[in-house]
Design a protein around this ligand. Structure first.
Ligand code: B12
Length: 369
């Protein structure tokens, strides 16, 4: 079914760069109009169930930013994994399926009101296609619901124990598992990729299905953050740092930082001098920091496809510098998992699927330098 959708998407009209820019600069105002249209609907409570309006407004804002990425990067293929996810996540949080076409219809009203006709035309084609595939998206979203919980992979018992400890919010037990499993730096990478990562993915699945709330998800993330900080102090900080310098960060508007932390810690353990900037680094400030520190490598993480344009803008700016001033740029994170070709589209030098892959890529670049 996905193949059929991808074929249809190929035939959609191209959205020009001017039109994409117009959408980007008008999207704040358009979101307000969509919010107004949706909240004034007499049937709105039937559409959103008991969910607070703030959740719907969040979705409208995220939708706009996401579509801005689709148009600016000319990547309508992103629609094929993201729309079923939106249906699944919001339906699990109480929205009825009828909410989705109503929302899309609001954009079909607001776009021609807000943008010049030429700019609006191709976008309306995309929206029309989304509306026409409503039933397919429901079906695909139901398949997501059937997706098995994390399975396979090495060390399943430790992973499941760790997951339970995180879900219980039991920090002592989580830390004890970490200490037992990753007693020396050589085990950290396996602990990151085969214990923490799948456990956190499963926490995401449970949140997406509405089985745990955001507070539980935050608690689990905070415990993982604390554990990685302990491991950093005890096992990484003193590593020799002779390979070169790297700056690691999450993209602007990107609050998912655990993957970036793993990449930063892994590089440092492998002998890189790492400046780790954490979550949500604004593009302009990142560029200033790179200009000042002149690292060999810049590594940027993104989990939400709606933040990809921020990465593209940073890379564009760096690419305008003299070649000898430009760091090698790698990207990674969940946004790229199904779209590794995006790395090239954004202008990056490379992509790696996980922390060990980031080390491998960095070493290859070091040899080439
Ligand atoms: C924890 C979490 C959060 C926490 C993050 C806390 C923190 N301090 O990091 C908080 C609560 C902030 C959060 C917020 C949101 N989240 Co969230 N979150 C997650 C969750 C459960 C785990 C993320 C994680 O830590 N994964 C573990 C790490 C280790 O994995 P990783 O990031 O993939 O990293 C590995 C590789 O990808 C790679 N890698 C990562 N970065 C890089 C960089 C480079 C350069 C390289 C080479 C490699 C690399 O190496 C890493 C290690 O091997 C995921 C579920 C999931 N499947 O990931 C959802 C998830 C990512 N979140 C999601 C959503 C929707 C949101 C919100 C929009 C929800 C909301 N309504 O509030 C907000 C958005 C906030 C924002 N603007 O960023 C969705 C995204 C869906 C989508 N298709 O877009 C997910 C998938 C949940 C789900 N199943 O629906 N979230």
């Amino acid at each position: 079914m996905q193949k059929e959708l991808l074929e249809e998407i190929e035939k959609l009209p191209d959205v020009s760069e001017d039109a994409a820019n117009a959408f980007k600069s008008e999207m704040g105002r358009m979101v307000e109009k969509v919010n107004r249209i949706m909240s004034q609907r007499p049937d709105i409570r039937l559409l959103t169930g008991d969910a607070p309006f703030s959740l719907m407004f969040d979705n409208h804002k995220n939708h706009a930013l996401f579509m801005s990425n689709v148009f600016s990067l000319n990547m309508p293929t992103l629609l094929v994994d993201t729309i079923p996810w939106v249906y699944h996540a919001y339906h699990s949080h109480g929205f009825s399926y009828s909410y989705f076409p109503a929302h899309i219809q609001s954009w079909r009203i607001v776009i021609p009101e807000s943008l010049y006709e030429d700019n609006a035309a191709a976008m309306l084609g995309v929206y029309e296609w989304i509306a026409s595939r409503h039933e397919t998206f429901i079906e695909l979203s139901k398949n997501i619901a059937l997706k098995p919980a994390v399975s396979g992979g090495p060390h399943p018992e430790t992973r499941d124990d760790f997951l339970c400890a995180l879900l219980e919010g039991n920090r002592e037990k989580s830390l004890a598992i970490a200490r037992r499993f990753a007693a020396s730096p050589s085990e950290l990478s396996t602990f990151y990729v085969h214990i923490i990562q799948p456990a956190m993915y499963e926490i995401g699945n449970l949140w997406e299905k509405g089985e745990i709330n955001s507070a539980r998800e935050h608690l689990a993330s905070a415990i993982v953050n604390r554990i990685m900080a302990v491991q950093y102090v005890e096992q990484i900080q003193t590593a020799e740092k002779a390979r070169g310098t790297a700056v690691v960060t999450a993209a602007a508007n990107e609050f998912h930082e655990l993957g970036a932390t793993m990449v930063a810690n892994s590089l440092e353990l492998d002998g890189w001098d790492v400046h780790y900037l954490g979550a949500n680094t604004p593009g302009e400030e990142l560029i200033g920091f790179i200009a000042q520190t002149a690292p060999d490598i810049l590594a940027i993480s993104s989990s939400l496809p709606l933040n990809l344009i921020y990465i593209r803008d940073v890379i564009r700016e760096i690419r305008a510098w003299p070649p000898e001033k430009q760091p090698k740029i790698m990207v990674g994170g969940l946004s790229f998992t199904n779209h590794p070709d995006l790395a090239e589209k954004l202008g990056a030098d490379g992509y790696a699927p996980d922390a060990p892959g980031a080390i491998e890529l960095a070493r290859t670049w070091q040899k080439e330098a």
